[in-house]
Write a protein that binds this ligand. Structure first.
Ligand code: GCV
Length: 693
């Protein structure tokens, strides 16, 4: 095991204002002693790769080493004297001579090794891969070793991604606005911001992201017309050296809306031809195009059901169009048609499970982590483990739509690892969601994870400086879903803030505690969707006139007697969408963990909790605790004054001040509302939910 060298950067950075633009690729000068040690090992750089990716590797190494070591490292064609860093693929004679061929082939095009070796009789560090993508990822991994102060004298690192498709989904509209975006306008639209896109690509490549859906799933059909495809071509050109493929969200009604056809019925031959020709046209312009994501028959979007066809009919139509080019279709399972079931969280399972086995091989069902909609806490989506014949792409939300947006510090890795480590029991104990997603449970080769991006044109990309950690963590987990939240946090902090142990420990503790604090002061004990249309402020009283399932009252049903939703067998029966023993466990309030209690159960205020408190007292306790925890996060941040740069310190502090105030507001609003419901029921409110019990 490598021992971490203590690299203490003394005091805050002095030169230049910190905007946060550099993310975790800041490449700040290392302490003198470490610099000297690293410099000895890297006398020259040898990169025998003549290609755009080779150029990107060279540029990154030059930038990174210059920043970290404070000097230019010369490029050389071969190792002549001293020691060198070599970045190469199997096709290079240097790598061929090392005899690593079989190992590199096994690691695939994206895998790599970083090893101390002897090349031409001289000491070298060799970053090698079967393919250029692996050489790129290995380069960033090597730079991370330096950034985090690891020793590099006896390197032996080998890694490869566990998932094949590691994508960001941008909900970017063609007018430049971003649906659920909280960090400025789009990088892509209405015109690509070219230099920002290159930096975006660098950041993504550094964490292994290899695809981007560049327009919103609420897809404007114009995206598939020539003027917009031209812009997609530009974006693809900028991303390509960094091995990031462009994908597009497609509007299912495009044949009618832009194609001049009378129908978009998937059974219509002219419609099939239209999609084939459209795919051919796209591939002609973007040869490495990844494929389509489709939101169909969901929240008003068109889809195959408009013609009496199934989701599989629709997905297969597009899948056949991209198949000759090696493309895929990611068909979203975010459907909640009210006619399917009274309980919204049951609907996707009811629609999709019967279709398992009917999708083409190049179709993913893209499934959100939870069955409702990116709430602060949900049980895992019951589709994981329930569609063994269909590749499932997990969809996580990096942008904090329901988690304080760009105002609250909420590190999402603990939430995502909770999801990935959940046991579906689909093939007995140990059938973790991560094993469904990485394909190992059912022997699947098509694997992937999509993250709804939190990036925008704000200087620091993500609005809140600490929200950069969520982008970083998503990439790391898509690469390896078994990583833990704390390890990821440490890497990110050292590269983004400082290696000062106090800073690392403080920021780590803030990050790791932040999600649970957020749950405590907003939606504890399994409560969910206590919001209005802005998805930010507390609004437990929200009764949406448009749809019952957009109301908050539907999801807590608080009255004088009880609170929560009965999803047991006596209630909506949602528990039975899970495998045994989960269904039995969650059917029984005594066996259900407190965190999910009111998700599955409707319980009287006097219900005795595991703590010995009544349910009402527990709710008071948890909201009060959450608001205190928010204040505690702020206090910990204040302890960093003078230890980090002033710009980011102040920017984050201002947000913590708002977060603390918001947390108190959540506590007061929710306890006030539930306290009133408990004491004096509003009869209209009771009537509204009578039928849904
Ligand atoms: C892109 C939620 C969000 C919508 C989003 C939708 C989806 O409902 O509030 O903004 O639409 O999820 O995932 O399709």
């Amino acid at each position: 095991m490598l021992l971490v060298l203590f690299v203490v950067l003394l005091g805050p950075r002095s030169a230049g204002a910190e905007t946060g633009h550099d993310l975790w690729l800041r490449y700040q000068p290392l302490p003198e002693a470490v610099r000297a040690q690293y410099s000895r090992a890297i006398g020259a750089i040898v990169i025998p790769l003549q290609s755009p990716t080779g150029d990107a590797i060279a540029a990154e190494l030059s930038r990174g080493l210059k920043g970290l070591l404070g000097r230019e490292i010369p490029r050389a064609d071969r190792i002549e004297s001293g020691s060198a860093l070599v970045v190469a693929t199997s096709s290079s004679p240097i790598v061929a001579a090392l005899g690593w061929d079989a190992e590199l082939r096994a690691g695939g095009d994206e895998g790599f090794v970083i090893r101390s070796a002897r090349v031409s009789g001289r000491p070298a560090i060799v970053v090698a891969s079967a393919g250029e993508a692996g050489a790129l990822y290995g380069t960033f991994r090597f730079l991370r070793l330096l950034q985090t102060g690891e020793p590099i004298d006896a390197l032996d690192v080998a890694d490869r991604p566990r998932l094949a498709r590691r994508l960001l989904n941008h909900w970017d509209n063609l007018d430049g606005t971003i649906e659920r975006g909280y960090a400025g306008h789009s990088l892509f639209w209405p015109s690509p911001s070219e230099s920002r896109i290159v930096d975006y690509a660098r950041a993504n490549a550094s964490i292994g992201i290899n695809g981007a859906v560049i327009n919103s799933v609420n897809a404007n059909p114009q995206m598939l017309t020539a003027p917009w495809l031209d812009k997609a071509v530009t974006i693809a050109r900028l991303l390509r050296p960094y091995r990031i493929r462009v994908y597009l969200a497609a509007n299912f009604a495009a044949p009618v809306m832009i194609g001049g056809l009378k129908t978009s019925d998937p059974a219509d031959a002219a419609v099939a031809r239209w999609w084939r020709e459209k795919a051919d046209e796209i591939y002609q312009r973007i040869p490495d195009f990844g494929g389509f994501v489709v939101k169909a028959n969901s929240e008003g979007q068109p889809g195959p059901q408009d013609y009496g066809r199934t989701h599989a009919d629709g997905a297969n139509l597009l899948a056949d169009a991209v198949a000759p080019h090696g493309g895929v279709v990611m068909w979203r399972a975010f459907v909640y048609d009210a006619s399917v079931d009274r309980d919204r969280v049951k609907r996707a399972y009811k629609e999709f499970v019967p279709l398992d086995g009917t999708f083409r091989a190049n179709v993913f069902a893209q499934v959100k982590n939870g069955p409702l909609d990116f709430q602060p806490r949900e049980p895992f989506h019951p589709l994981f483990g329930a569609m063994p014949k269909t590749p499932l792409m997990a969809e996580l939300q990096i942008t904090q739509e329901y988690l304080g947006q760009s105002t609250h510090a909420v590190y999402l890795a603990p939430m995502w690892t909770e999801f990935l480590n959940a046991d579906t029991y689909a093939r007995g104990a140990g059938s973790f969601v991560s094993r469904v997603v990485d394909g190992s449970l059912e022997g699947k080769r098509e694997t992937g994870m999509a993250g709804v991006a939190n990036t925008g044109l704000d200087d620091n990309w993500t609005g809140h400086d600490l929200a950069q950690a969520n982008w970083y963590a998503f990439g790391r987990l898509a690469w390896n879903p078994s990583l833990d939240a704390s390890t990821i946090a440490d890497e990110w902090i050292r590269m983004t803030w400082s290696a000062d142990p106090l800073v690392v420990a403080t920021v780590r503790s803030i990050l790791l505690d932040s999600r649970e604090a957020y749950v405590h002061y907003t939606m504890p004990l399994g409560l969910h969707h206590l919001i209005g249309g802005d998805h930010y402020a507390p609004m437990p009283e929200n009764t949406d006139p448009r749809r019952e399932d957009w109301s908050a009252t539907t999801y807590h049903r608080a009255d004088a007697r009880a609170i929560g939703v009965d999803r047991t067998r006596q209630g909506s029966g949602f528990v039975d969408q899970y495998q045994a023993p989960l269904r039995e466990r969650w059917n029984d309030p005594a066996a259900t963990p407190d965190e999910l209690l009111l998700w599955f159960h409707r319980l009287p205020w006097t219900y005795r909790m595991k703590s010995g408190r009544t349910l009402w007292d527990e709710l008071v306790h948890t909201y009060t605790r959450g608001a205190e925890e928010a204040r505690g996060l702020q206090a910990r941040w204040i302890g960093l004054a003078g230890k980090i740069d002033d710009e980011r310190y102040r920017a984050v502090l201002a947000r913590f001040e708002r977060q603390t105030a918001d947390a108190a507001a959540w506590r007061d609003k929710c306890l006030g509302y539930f306290g009133t419901a408990r004491a004096a029921p509003d009869p209209r409110h009771l009537l509204a939910h009578e039928g849904s019990r």
